[in-house]
Ligand binder design. Structure first.
Ligand SMILES: *[C@@H]1O[C@H](CO)[C@@H](O)[C@H](O)[C@H]1NC(C)=O
Length: 184
């Protein structure tokens, strides 16, 4: 049987991929992608402004050699590849275990977003503390919230499907065992 798919899940994975790719490439292409870099024009519309809100993305952080921006970019890259792999497995080749890929990717996104928030909390708001509280909430917090809410909903939806399939497989094998015992 082909895997059960959901338009909202597939759209989320598809539509967020280019946004995340923009973020990943900004981080990995530093310093050329940053203010003063020859390729900055490509990222300027969003990251020129955002690097003033979140100093994780600014030039001094890069020069200091802070490893977190690229570390989280690598996790983003793995998640995005898995999201697209889910689309391919679920829609193109209709591979029955495809939901397991989507489930795992969504769990990674939730975990990474909490890591992003908590590293800021535990460094004493070192990267966003210079903003007003309203700006922190509006630009830093709310821009990440969708990456917790939607993947959590995906976890529940695909998780339910996976659990019911595992239960079903378990019942089938119990029936199988019983009938083979009878035959013997
Ligand atoms: C960049 O971020 C650092 C914190 O890592 C901060 O001290 C510095 O003032 C910021 N630089 C600019 C140009 O905003």
């Amino acid at each position: 049987m082909p895997p059960k798919t959901y338009t909202w899940i597939s759209l989320w994975f598809l539509l967020t991929a280019p946004i995340i790719a923009w973020d990943i490439s900004y981080c990995l292409m530093r310093p050329r992608s940053m203010e003063g870099g020859d390729l900055h024009w490509f990222w300027a519309p969003a990251f020129g402004f955002y690097s003033q809100i979140d100093h994780l993305y600014n030039v001094s952080t890069y020069k200091k050699g802070d490893g977190f921006p690229n570390a989280h970019a690598i996790l983003n890259l793995v998640e995005t590849i898995m999201n697209l792999l889910y689309i391919y497995a679920a829609h193109v080749v209709a591979w029955p275990p495809a939901p397991l890929i989507g489930f795992t990717a969504a769990a990674m996104t939730v975990a990474k977003t909490f890591l992003y928030w908590s590293q800021e909390y535990f460094c004493g708001w070192c990267m966003v503390g210079h903003n007003s509280l309203v700006d922190i909430v509006k630009y830093w917090f709310l821009s990440s919230v969708p990456w917790v809410i939607v993947p959590s909903l995906i976890l529940m939806r695909l998780g339910k499907d996976l659990v019911s399939e595992l239960k079903y497989a378990d019942q089938l094998s119990a029936v199988d065992d019983a009938s083979s015992r009878k035959r013997r």
